[in-house]
Write a new protein. Structure first.
Length: 194
């Protein structure tokens, strides 16, 4: 028999079923999970659009393998610029670590669960780098810890709109290359071109 304190703790337990499309949909664009965490779920499908994670290093982008079903939990340290092709058209930098947990579903699709801390001082950055010489072109910052997830998505939209409407921001001062248009996580698949 549970005493009252055990019952309260148990009632706050949250279960997420990766086999339930409505549960997955709740976390497709990140949702608060508890008091200090956010969770996102991404679905990867065999034979479908490639999702490749890149980290920006001193010599340019490097592929990082964060999804190894049945073998590993991926870890991306805070402060590392990273880009997931076909998911968002900018480089993401945040002030918290990200943990990736891959799960192979019964139909062969791979879901990966992304866990991040949502601390009051959390900061996220949207960055763009020249695709030729990797010089940083543009950056916008949002104090996610203060504005929350909704404020984060509003800041993403504003940063993309600013970057896309000014070709000078997309043009590299080092080599002259022009960056393709950026896109949001919520953009139509046809817009996700890099």
């Amino acid at each position: 028999m549970l005493d009252k304190s055990q019952g309260e703790a148990q009632s706050s337990f949250v279960e997420v079923d990766l086999f339930d499309a409505s549960d997955v949909a709740k976390f497709s664009d990140f949702a608060l999970w508890g008091q200090h965490h956010a969770m996102g779920i991404r679905m990867l499908s065999p034979g479908g659009r490639d999702n490749v994670m890149y980290a920006m290093g001193s010599n340019g982008p490097k592929v990082i393998d964060i999804v190894k079903p049945g073998r590993a939990i991926g870890f991306l340290p805070a402060g590392v610029p990273h880009h997931l092709t076909g998911d968002f058209g900018w480089w993401h930098v945040n002030s918290t670590d990200e943990i990736y947990i891959p799960v192979t579903l019964a139909d062969g699709r791979i879901a990966f669960v992304i866990l991040e801390a949502q601390m009051p001082d959390r900061i996220d950055k949207f960055q763009w780098y020249c695709q030729s010489c990797h010089h940083r072109l543009f950056e916008r910052e949002v104090e996610t810890g203060k504005v929350g997830i909704d404020g984060y998505w509003k800041a993403e939209r504003a940063a993309i709109e600013q970057f896309n409407r000014d070709e000078r921001l997309r043009s590299c001062s080092q080599c002259g290359a022009v960056h393709p248009l950026a896109y949001s996580f919520f953009a139509h698949e046809s817009e996700k071109n890099w």
